[in-house]
Structure formats: C-alpha cells, structure tokens
Design a protein around this ligand. Structure first.
Ligand SMILES: Nc1ncnc2c1ncn2[C@@H]1O[C@H](COP(=O)(O)OP(=O)(O)OP(=O)(O)O)[C@@H](O)[C@H]1O
Ligand SMILES: [Mg+2]
Length: 224
C-alpha cells in the first residue's frame, strides 16, 4: 500500500462578494515509502495549497487524501483522525523554517513529541542525537535567532524527523538559502533519518528537483 494516496483533490477559494477561484481542479497522486517526489510549477499554481491539503493543514473542496490507508477528510471524526495522523506520521519543513523563537533548539526539536502521539523513551536525548546528526552539537542551548538560516533549517529538519515520520512534506526547503547551503540541506534530508520516509517536496530549484525520483509539474489545477 502506498504511504500517500491522493484522490481527485480539488480546491477553490471564494472571497466574500467575488466569484470562486479554482486553484486545484483534479489532483491524484500516489507515493510509496522511500520514494522522493518533487512538485514544480509557476508561482501561484497552487503548490503550497496542495501541500497543505496533503499534510492535513488545509481541507480540499472535494476529493480525499489517505496516509497509510487512513482517510484525512472523509467520514465521521475526520478532524480528530487528521490531527492524529499529522502528529504521528507527518513531518513538515517550510521555506522560512517556522521555529519557535522563545524555545532553544533542543526544545524546538522535542516539540512534535509533546503531543504524545508517538512514544519516545527519552525525547531530549533523541532531539540532541538528531541535532548532532545535522551538525549542530555545539549549538544545543542556542535560540533560533542566534543561528544562520542554513542552521535554522537544519533544526527544522531535525524537528521534522523527531517522530520518525512516514512522510515528509517540504515547501521550498532550500528557497531561503544559497545554492551550497541548499545542497547541504538536501543531502541531510536524504541521509539523516534512520527510517525511510516518503518525501513530497515543492521546489523552484532544479538541483533539488533532480535529486528526486519523480518530478511532477502542477499547472492548470492538475499534476502532470
Ligand atoms: N486563503 C486564500 N484565499 C484566497 N485565495 C488564496 C488563498 N490562499 C491561496 N490563494 C490563491 O491560490 C493560488 C495558489 O496559491 P499557492 O500559495 O498555493 O501558490 P504556489 O504555487 O505555492 O505559489 P509560490 O510558488 O509563489 O509559493 C494563488 O492564486 C493564491 O492567490
Ligand atoms: Mg508556495
């Protein structure tokens, strides 16, 4: 069974007093464990909208998403199911890192374990292990604001991997970094985790897309 199954997802926005804007028209996709998929497309094509729906952060207008066979949007109790799946099976990496500014980097990495959805014997030890793997052993008690962009993205990567996710969604993870730093982040993304995961990554970087098994283009509301 694929880790991710996307079935005929559509999404339109409707602003008060204006006509409906269709963003996604009919998106279907299936991704296996260990498979890395890049999604490209022009600005405004709906890439972030799609990724947010796939990760259960936003709802489609119609269609469904299954993660390990579990439906995120259909049936009784979908909202709770979505939260549970998100907390236990999904890791996120964003373009602008989204770290909690008042927490040190160990606390930031521990955060996803706090939902209790995944049992981790010693979360702080695991967080420090992951931070060491991304090369930040000597920065453990620093705040995000004391780190460079590339270093902050390493923290975000460690955080995404904290609960050993089955799937990682990354929205332009190298978008705010120079080429060399972006390449380092991509290498870590592929090498740090001790367990395999499916990756769906939105990117404008040809270098980053070329590292994936499949590159899909989002345009006119569809994936090709
Ligand atoms: N909450 C919203 N309300 C109305 N329209 C929205 C909303 N969010 C996104 N849109 C519209 O949906 C379209 C797709 O936006 P989205 O952010 O998904 O594009 P994108 O492909 O990620 O672009 P970029 O490459 O610039 O990040 C845009 O036209 C945008 O204006
Ligand atoms: Mg976007």
């Amino acid at each position: 069974m694929p880790v991710l199954e996307v079935q005929n997802v559509a999404k339109s926005y409707r602003l008060p007093g204006q006509k409906t804007i269709p963003v996604l028209e009919d998106v279907s996709l299936s991704v296996e464990l260990g498979e890395h998929v890049a999604i490209v497309g022009r600005s405004g094509a709906g890439k972030t909208t799609l990724l947010n729906i796939l990760g259960g952060l936003d709802c489609p207008t119609s269609g469904d998403v299954r993660i390990d066979g579990v439906s995120l949007f259909h049936g009784f109790g979908a909202a709770r199911r979505r939260n549970r799946v998100r907390a236990s099976k999904i890791g996120f990496v964003f373009q602008s890192f989204h770290l909690m500014p008042e927490l040190d980097i160990v606390e930031n990495v521990v955060l996803p374990a706090m939902t209790g959805a995944v049992k981790i014997a010693s979360p702080r030890t695991r967080a420090k292990d992951l931070l060491a793997k991304v090369g930040l052993s000597d920065r453990m008690n620093h705040l995000p604001s004391e780190l460079s962009g590339g270093e902050q993205q390493r923290v975000a990567l460690a955080r995404a991997l904290m609960c050993s996710p089955r799937i990682v969604f990354a929205d332009e993870p190298t978008g705010n970094l120079d080429k060399l730093t972006g390449a380092e982040i991509m290498k870590l993304l592929f090498e740090v985790s001790e367990t395999p995961f499916a990756l769906v990554m939105v990117t404008h970087s040809q270098e980053a897309a070329a590292l994936c098994d499949r590159v899909l283009t989002l345009g006119h509301g569809k994936l090709a």
